[in-house]
Design a protein around this ligand. Structure first.
Ligand SMILES: Cc1cc2nc3c(=O)[nH]c(=O)nc-3n(C[C@H](O)[C@H](O)[C@H](O)COP(=O)(O)O)c2cc1C
Length: 172
C-alpha cells in the first residue's frame, strides 16, 4: 500500500556492499518517468553511475553533503532538458520522489542530494562540475543525486501525525 511505503521511506546513507540488478533499476526508472509533466513534455533523463571510481568522485564533490556516497552501489543523477520545459525542476523532483518510493517498495533505500544550486568544495558550481565531469551540457541540467542501495541498518518508520495546523481551508 502506498501509505505504508511512504511511512517506511527514510533517508539512508549507509549501504551494504550488494549490487543492484540493472534490469530491476531500469524498470524502476521507467515507472519513475510516469509522473505528470508540463504539457506532457517529460524532460527528465537519468545518468546511472555504477562505476566505483565515478562514485568515489561524486563522494568527494562536496565533503559535507556527499561524503557518505562512496558506499552506495549506484547513484542516479537526475537530469532534465531545460529547453523543452521551463518547469524542469518540478518534473525532476516528481521523478526523484517517485523513484525514492519505488525503490522503497523494491526493498532498496535512497537519499536525496540537491544539485539545482550549490557548489563543490573547491567552489565550482554544480552546473559547471556536471558539465566537466559527466558531460551534462546545456540545455541539460542536473537537478539531484539519488544514491540507491540496500540499507545496512534498520530505520524508524514515519508516524502519522496531526496535520491540522498545516491545512488551511479556503484562505491562509
Ligand atoms: C531538496 C533536498 C535536499 C537534500 N539534501 C541532502 C543532502 O545534501 N545530504 C543528505 O544527507 N540528505 C539530504 N536530503 C535528505 C534530508 O536530509 C531528509 O529527507 C530529511 O532529513 C528527512 O528525513 P527522511 O528523508 O528520512 O524522512 C535532502 C532532501 C531534500 C528533499
Amino acid at each position: 500500500m502506498l501509505k505504508d511505503t511512504i511511512k517506511k521511506r527514510r533517508s539512508v546513507r549507509k549501504y551494504k556492499e550488494k549490487e543492484i540488478d540493472r534490469e530491476v533499476l531500469e524498470n524502476l526508472l521507467m515507472y519513475a518517468s510516469m509522473g505528470p509533466s508540463n504539457g506532457n513534455s517529460h524532460p527528465v533523463e537519468f545518468i546511472v553511475v555504477d562505476d566505483k571510481d565515478e562514485i568515489q568522485k561524486l563522494s568527494e564533490m562536496n565533503s559535507f553533503a556527499t561524503m557518505y556516497l562512496a558506499g552506495a552501489p549506484v547513484i542516479v543523477i537526475v537530469i532534465a532538458n531545460t529547453d523543452i520545459c521551463k518547469t524542469w525542476v518540478e518534473e525532476s523532483s516528481i521523478a526523484a520522489s517517485y523513484l525514492q518510493l519505488l525503490c522503497e517498495e523494491e526493498g532498496l533505500s535512497t537519499c536525496w542530494i540537491n544539485l539545482v544550486e550549490g557548489k563543490t568544495q573547491d567552489k565550482t558550481s554544480y552546473e559547471e562540475y556536471f558539465k566537466e565531469e559527466f558531460g551534462v551540457k546545456a540545455p541539460y541540467r542536473a537537478s539531484c543525486l539519488i544514491p540507491i542501495g540496500y540499507k545496512k541498518m534498520g530505520t524508524k518508520d514515519h508516524e502519522e501525525f496531526d496535520v491540522s495546523s498545516k491545512i488551511h481551508y479556503n484562505k491562509f
